[in-house]
Design a protein. Structure first.
Length: 488
């Protein structure tokens, strides 16, 4: 996907650009506050020209706001819009020029994008979507009403329509959905002089171009010609003689996550995308891959917290509440099960009240151990470092880790319980419960994410809830069971 051209000052250091963003955000917020205050004061005044004064004040403030917004990069505009409460957000959105508004839709998070689209009048939405390239339109296609997309589609020429159709044909998490058709290629039969002439003819290279893709007469990818070789090799040298043949390429159907791993492994800036016959159809660039990874990381963090998807911070409360219901319900069910486990040992707790004070320690330590293991396993699965071939060795290793941690921390907690309650048997039961629960937590932390992946589910979603349920229930059962057997 194509980004907007850099705004003035885009070459500044990261810290300075962040400061400038904060200043711009503060200024926009100040202008909006000023507009509300002045309009409120004007509205309270009694005057024959009250409506005229209100109109003039409103236009004056909007003119100041528009001038500021025109100076901002679309990515900065998207950030400012996302951090504004919805009423202010829609004021800023309404003042954006079509090009900037279209770029903001690309840069904004899906939840914020949906709120902006819902607030936009159909005619304006069609106009600003017409500013987008076909692959960018395909990128936000699911956020737009199909009838509006169809109307914009009809305004595209035949080549753009073909590109749009080919892009939406691929899943969101595939290379084909992320690839760009914007690339420069040269023939393997050309000489360096011909390749240079082709570059001059195009006048401008796409962003993140460090090499030209080399194809044969049938458009089959043969290699890559670096810009260094293009400039330094003799003009009469054949492209086929100086090109690199060990080029990492992808197919449109490949998973974007697999491509991202290859970009990280081989330090790629851009890579060609070829069809099943090896013909060059597009390219994948590092900026798009980084955006994909960022979205994946954010989505995974939200799913691990039990949220159904990305949430607009300033969405209506009812919308946010519904987004959290599913895993709250699941967590409620698991909590009921854990409470029933405790209920089985009511008489034991009544006879030895100290158990009630010590129970949370067993569950908490087990939960922490399990979460550490879950995080490790989910990362290993994401990076393909955990496979069928080595999963048994991982389970053995985590079993020993659980035993060692259980022995160390069980001993420490057991001694503490002895000191607090003056009871050696209670301390021994506490130590044994910690040891056993840490082993259970380590095993569950390994098995649950792997099992979810084998079942075709996202390991990040549900692992924490299932882990907490197991460590709480088993921790209570082990501790109270040992207490009933040896203390009461």
């Amino acid at each position: 996907m194509l980004g907007a051209p850099p705004a003035p000052g885009a070459s500044m250091s990261t810290s300075r650009s962040q400061e400038r963003l904060q200043e711009s955000q503060s200024l926009v917020t100040t202008l909006l506050e000023k507009q509300r205050v002045i309009e409120s004061l004007t509205h309270k005044q009694e005057s024959k020209n009250k409506e005229l004064i209100e109109s003039l004040v409103h236009r004056q403030n909007l003119a100041l706001l528009q001038r500021k917004l025109r100076d901002l990069h679309p990515a900065d505009l998207a950030h400012i819009i996302e951090v504004l409460p919805q009423p202010d957000r829609f004021v800023v959105w309404a003042e954006l020029e079509p090009y900037h508004a279209a770029q903001v839709l690309l840069e904004a998070s899906p939840s914020v994008r949906d709120s902006l689209v819902a607030e936009t009048e159909r005619g304006r939405l069609v106009a600003l979507l017409g500013q987008l390239d076909p692959d960018d339109l395909a990128y936000i296609n699911e956020s737009i009403d199909p009838e509006i997309v169809a109307e914009v589609y009809q305004s595209l020429d035949a080549r753009e329509q073909s590109l749009f159709r080919s892009t939406i044909a691929y899943p969101d998490d595939s290379v084909g959905h992320l690839m760009s058709p914007e690339l420069v290629w040269v023939r393997d039969s050309w000489d360096i002089a011909g390749a240079l002439e082709e570059v001059r003819r195009r006048a401008e290279l796409p962003s993140h171009t460090e090499a030209l893709f080399v194809v044969d007469a049938r458009n089959v990818l043969r290699g890559a010609l670096s810009l260094k070789d293009l400039l330094l090799r003799p003009p009469s040298a054949r492209v086929s003689a100086v090109m690199s043949t060990g080029v990492v390429s992808f197919t449109p159907r490949e998973r974007a996550s697999d491509a991202a791993k290859a970009f990280e492994r081989y330090d790629l800036i851009a890579a060609p995308v070829v069809d099943e016959r090896g013909k060059l159809v597009g390219r994948l660039t590092v900026d798009v891959v980084m955006d994909f990874l960022r979205r994946q990381a954010q989505s995974e963090a939200l799913r691990r917290a039990g949220l159904a998807g990305e949430e607009d911070y300033f969405a209506p409360a009812w919308t946010s509440a519904r987004n959290r219901w599913l895993w709250l319900f699941v967590n409620l069910l698991t909590a009921f099960v854990a409470s029933r486990v405790i209920g089985l040992f009511e008489s034991t707790i009544r006879d030895l009240v100290a158990l009630a004070a010590l129970m949370p320690i067993v569950a908490s330590v087990g939960g922490n151990t399990g979460n550490q293991t879950v995080a490790l396993v989910i990362r290993g699965l994401a990076l393909d470092r955990i496979t069928r071939a080595n999963v048994r060795h991982l389970l053995q290793k985590e079993l020993f880790v659980g035993l060692m941690n259980g022995a160390v921390w069980g001993t420490l907690v057991g001694l503490s319980a002895m000191a607090l309650y003056g009871s050696v048997p209670l301390g021994l039961v506490m130590a044994a419960a910690i040891l056993l629960n840490l082993v259970v937590a380590a095993m569950v932390g390994c098995v649950v994410p792997i099992a979810l992946q084998r079942l075709g589910r996202d390991p990040a979603q549900g692992s924490s809830v299932l882990l907490t349920f197991t460590t709480d229930s088993m921790g209570f059962f082990i501790f109270l069971g040992l207490a009933r057997a040896f203390l009461v």
